[in-house]
Every structure is written in structure tokens, then in C-alpha cells.
Design a protein around this ligand. Structure first.
Ligand SMILES: [Zn+2]
Length: 176
């Protein structure tokens, strides 16, 4: 991580990355929360070559808090399922823009493979489309038109998986 050039910030405003027992980075948490986990034995220091420690003092204790910790118990089971396929969630995934032309006006839902041709109402077949593109496409399959999808539609990711991907990309960037 690029820490050398950073302005010093008050210790208790630092953030700690918490890993699961299986070394999956889960989230960035406030250092105070991390201290609670460490002091109660729910987490332990996770030492990377890049790990740095912050010294936290209270009247009775001096703690070295690392910037990475690992939970010692198994995670509380995270019940998560993909959100329902509806206007609100699909628009959100597609950042409120037509997946064919990028317009942000008069948005509708489009079935990439039309329902009349067996297309399903699922994350990988439903995209945000403006009214114009939707009616231009009509009841045709994509290859029967000259239209192209900006991205391949897929289900939103589990938040922890999304965090992990992001985390490793950041690490990679910091190292290269
Ligand atoms: Zn459009």
C-alpha cells in the first residue's frame, strides 16, 4: 500500500482490513472495531510483508494494531442472495444508462433474448434500455439488429466477493 506520502492522520481514524478465517478479505473496518475484535480474541494479527502497526494507548494498555487482521472464528453465516430482477435493481446495476446507446433518459427494461423467443427474466437476460433502443430492437434477437450491448449482463456480486476482488486489485496496483 502507498503509505509513505500520506499525511499523518489521527490513529483512531485508520481503517483495518479484516480477513475471514480462510484468508478472504472481507471488509475495511474502523480501527476501534478492530481493537474490540483483537482484545476479545475474535481476531488476530495478520502479518503481510507490508503490514504496518499503529500504536494505540489507553490509560491501562498499549496496543499495536496491525492494518490487517484475521477472524479466528468462522464467519457468522452470511445469508445473501442476488437481488430480485426488477427495474430498481437492474437500473442500479447498469448505472441508470441504456446498455445499447448510453442514454440516461426514458429507461425501460429490455429482455436481450425476447420473452416471446424463450428469453428468461433473469440477471443475464435483462438490461436497461432507453425507450428508443427498446422499440428499435423490438422483438428481434441481437444478431438480427446492428445493436451491441456495452457490457455482458450478469448477476450482481456478493458484497464480500466484490470487496475481495477490489482489494486484490489494489494490492496488485500498489506492488507494480
Ligand atoms: Zn438507448
Amino acid at each position: 500500500m502507498e503509505t509513505e506520502q500520506r499525511q499523518p492522520i489521527p490513529v483512531l481514524q485508520n481503517q483495518v482490513v479484516v480477513f475471514s478465517k480462510n484468508y478472504l478479505p472481507l471488509a475495511r473496518i474502523n480501527i476501534k472495531r478492530a481493537i474490540v475484535l483483537l482484545v476479545t480474541g475474535q481476531a488476530e494479527t495478520l502479518a503481510f510483508s507490508s503490514t504496518q502497526h499503529w500504536e494505540v494507548r489507553s490509560p491501562s494498555i498499549v496496543l499495536q494494531v496491525p492494518d490487517h487482521i484475521r477472524l479466528t472464528g468462522s464467519n457468522p453465516e452470511r445469508h445473501w442472495k442476488a437481488p430480485p430482477v426488477n427495474r430498481r435493481e437492474v437500473f442500479r446495476r447498469d448505472r441508470h444508462s441504456c446498455q445499447y446507446c448510453g442514454s440516461t433518459k426514458r429507461l425501460t427494461l429490455d429482455h436481450v433474448i425476447p420473452r416471446s423467443k424463450g428469453g428468461t427474466h433473469t440477471w443475464d437476460n435483462v438490461v436497461t434500455a432507453c425507450e428508443k433502443c427498446n422499440s428499435a430492437k423490438g422483438d428481434r434477437l441481437l444478431h438480427e439488429t446492428s445493436m451491441v450491448l456495452k457490457t455482458k449482463p450478469k448477476s450482481p456480486m456478493h458484497p464480500a466477493i466484490a470487496f475481495a476482488e477490489n482489494f486484490w486489485q489494489e494490492q496488485h496496483r500498489a506492488e507494480s
